[in-house]
Each structure stands twice: as C-alpha cells, then as structure tokens.
Design a protein around this ligand. Structure first.
Ligand code: AKB
Length: 304
C-alpha cells in the first residue's frame, strides 16, 4: 500500500517513516528540509498547493499522514505563518486528497487544542475547548475541518490529540513540551539544564514508540469502530519538569535544573495535566506501554 507522509523530518516523522516501511507500506517521505531515509523522499512545501497536487497525482497514495506543523511556541512568534501551516495547509491537503481519491488521512492534533476552561485532570474527550494559543486554535479548527470532510465528503480522516512527545535522536524545537527531551541531552552533556517552565507544571506526555504505535493502530482500525472524527484523546503518562529532573537524578546524581519561566509557561498552564483516553482504549484498543520510569530508561540508554 502506497502512503505519503508530510513533515517526515520532524520528531514523529523520523520514527513513523521506518515503522510504516517495516509494516510493508511503500512510503514516500516528504518535508521542506532535505531527508535521509531508506525510502523514497521528496521535497514538499505544504503551502504549495500545486506541488501537493502534483505529488499526490504521481505517487497515488492510499493513505496520507500529515505531520507538518509549526508547534505552539513558534506559532506565537510567527502567527500568520503558523496559521498557514497548521490550518490552511491541512485544508489544501484535504481538498487534494478528496480530488485524487486518497482513502484515509491521518493528522496530528494536540493537547494545545484545550484551554483554561477545560477540566485539567483526566480531561474528557468532549469538554469545553477554549485554546489561548494560536497553535491550539488552529488545531481545534483543524479537528472541526477533519470531521467536516468526513461528513460532507466521506473522506476517512482520523486524528490524535498528541501530548508532549518524548524520544531520542531528534531535538524538537518550537514547542512548549520540548523541555522533556532537551533535559536529557543537557543532563548527559553538561549535568545542568535551564528550564523555561516552572518546576511543578505537570503535563501529559508520551514516549515516541507509544506515539507511533498509536498512529498505526488507529489507521489500521476498521472504519466501523471509529466514532471520533475530530481527534482522539491520547495519554501516556504525566510529569512535571521537577519530576523529570528527580527521575534523571537517579541516573546522574549531580544533575541540577534552574527554572526561569518564559512565555511558554502561560500556554502550559492552560493545558491539561492528565487525559482521559477511554474512547481510544475502547474503540481501537489503545494501551500505552511506557510510564515515566520506562521512558527515562529508554532515553538514558539511547542518548550517547
Ligand atoms: C508543543 O509543545 O507545542 C507540542 C504539542 C503539545 O503539541 N509538543
């Protein structure tokens, strides 16, 4: 089965491309940046509607995985470009997918689609959603758009609300949850990390292997079990920077963090602390495998 992935060079794409190839998919990995994968690659600017059309007509994918995004912090710094990439590009892509007969589309939503009036503990699938950041606003609009394309055009759009994704091999940038990866690299290299969030800011997180497994499981689920068309809640674990610091200190006893919050603190405080992902568990069998201890073990071993 032929598939096309946008934003393949990002944190999730780097792991999703080989995982899908291993499952026998014929993958075309695309990104605006040059890529090095053992599968065919192409340069694709997701804002270039004609380029999307040309590539999809040529490659004829059955499934498209849309990962290209500007994350929460970067979207605050470049709001217009953030909106274009996070919303308009998705809209263009859905239009082209419909035109060329793509069967299924995966796209990444985020916990950033929640807001200060959303219950922060065990956040349900259908709560009040009042995001305060431009990234979250675009993700919420994208969720509605995905459902609209399913209802109006019958396009099988499926999505996940990603918590912070933690994994080795790729330093995420432009996000609010990036500290969860950067802290490991800083601990190994310097034994010190300056964190831009306050120590007790608890956030939902997921290990990269779980994140990729969730995408594959969702996309392989029969259409009859899928009731959520916006994006499914997804949970792995929750931790604060201070809890991660303490866990890393078990590996490196003299590791220290300094906490100097910046504008990302406000965004993080408007997001949930933990997520109720019972729809995903019930409908397509979601079950995370990594808790904080397993994540720290995996990261510590993987980072040189
Ligand atoms: C970010 O921090 O912006 C992202 C996200 C939560 O979607 N990791």
């Amino acid at each position: 089965m032929r598939v096309l992935i946008t934003g393949s060079g990002g944190q999730i794409g780097q792991s999703l491309v080989p995982a899908l190839a291993q499952r026998g998919r014929e993958v075309l990995a695309t990104d605006i940046q040059p890529l090095t994968f053992d599968v065919p690659t192409a340069r694709l600017d997701v804002l270039d509607k004609e380029a999307i059309q040309k590539l999809l007509r040529e490659w004829k994918p059955v499934e498209v995985y849309h990962l290209a995004a500007y994350l929460s912090a970067r979207s605050e710094q470049e709001p217009h470009r953030g909106w274009d990439i996070n919303f308009n590009a998705f809209w263009h892509l859905l239009e082209v997918c419909r035109e060329v007969g793509v069967q299924r589309v995966f796209w990444a939503s985020s916990i950033a689609a929640f807001g200060p009036h959303t219950p922060r503990q065990n956040t349900p699938q259908y709560p009040v959603m009042d995001p305060i950041g431009l990234y979250g606003i675009a993700k919420l609009a994208g969720e509605r758009l995905g459902e609209y394309y399913f209802i109006r055009h019958g396009l099988d759009v499926r999505g996940l609300r990603f918590p912070g994704v933690v994994g080795p091999g790729h330093l995420p940038s432009g996000g609010t949850t990036d500290f969860s990866v950067h802290m490991f690299y800083a601990a190994k290299a310097y034994g010190y990390y300056k964190c831009y969030l306050l120590p007790h800011t608890k956030l939902p997180m997921i290990y990269i292997e779980d994140a990729v497994r969730a995408i594959i499981q969702l996309m392989e689920a029969p259409i009859s079990v899928i009731t959520v068309r916006g994006a499914y809640n997804l949970h792995g674990m929750s931790f604060s920077p201070a809890e991660l610091e303490a866990a890393i200190r078990h590996k490196k006893s003299d590791f220290r963090c300094e906490y100097v919050p910046d504008f990302r603190q406000k965004l993080a405080e408007s997001w949930p602390e933990s997520i109720d992902d019972s729809y995903a568990r019930r409908e397509w069998g979601w079950q995370p495998q990594y808790d904080l201890n397993a994540l720290v073990e995996a990261m510590w071993q993987a980072i040189p």
